[in-house]
Design a protein around this ligand. Structure first.
Ligand SMILES: [Zn+2]
Ligand SMILES: [Zn+2]
Length: 152
């Protein structure tokens, strides 16, 4: 789906579910990972996460667009447009918008650099920093820890 098709989709959803036109711009954001979209208060444009523009995520995309349109219309109407506002919660529920960005595996897994293992019970301790194995012991059995893996 390109930006023109997305623009059309947002305009259609706006009329169908909100009964109001969407008269600003939609942009595609290719760098978004943890959010599905964003509404910009300053110039009222929407940004949509490019990863959701493929056919298999169409339902997610519609949910995201509805969510952003809740911000959009409430803000323009001078109503509570923030997540914590009642106006927002009620409208989101009414139009069936998504509450959170759907998890399609875009979030990066936290990387650790060192992996320690307990000599006694085998429990593993992934750590970002080196630890002093003479000082720190296994939290479960108090066994000695040793470095088993180093990732760069
Ligand atoms: Zn939001
Ligand atoms: Zn242990």
């Amino acid at each position: 789906m390109n930006e023109n098709e997305l623009q059309k989709l947002v305009e259609d959803i706006s009329l169908k579910y909100f009964g109001r036109p969407f008269v600003h711009q939609v942009k595609i954001n290719r760098r978004m990972t943890t959010t599905g979209g964003r509404y910009h208060l300053s110039d009222h444009h929407l940004e949509i996460n490019a990863h959701f523009l493929v056919p298999q995520y169409h339902d997610y995309l519609v949910g995201i667009i509805k969510h952003e349109l809740c911000h959009y219309h409430l803000h323009l109407l001078g109503l509570g447009y923030q997540h914590r506002n009642r106006d927002f919660k009620v409208l989101l529920q009414k139009v069936g918008g998504s509450r959170y960005a759907p998890d399609i595996g875009l979030r990066k897994k936290k990387k650790y650099r060192y992996l320690y293992t307990c000599k006694n019970c085998g429990l593993k301790y992934p750590r970002m920093r080196k630890i002093n194995t003479r000082k720190y012991r296994c939290g479960k059995c108090h066994g000695q820890l040793y470095l088993t893996q180093t990732l760069s």
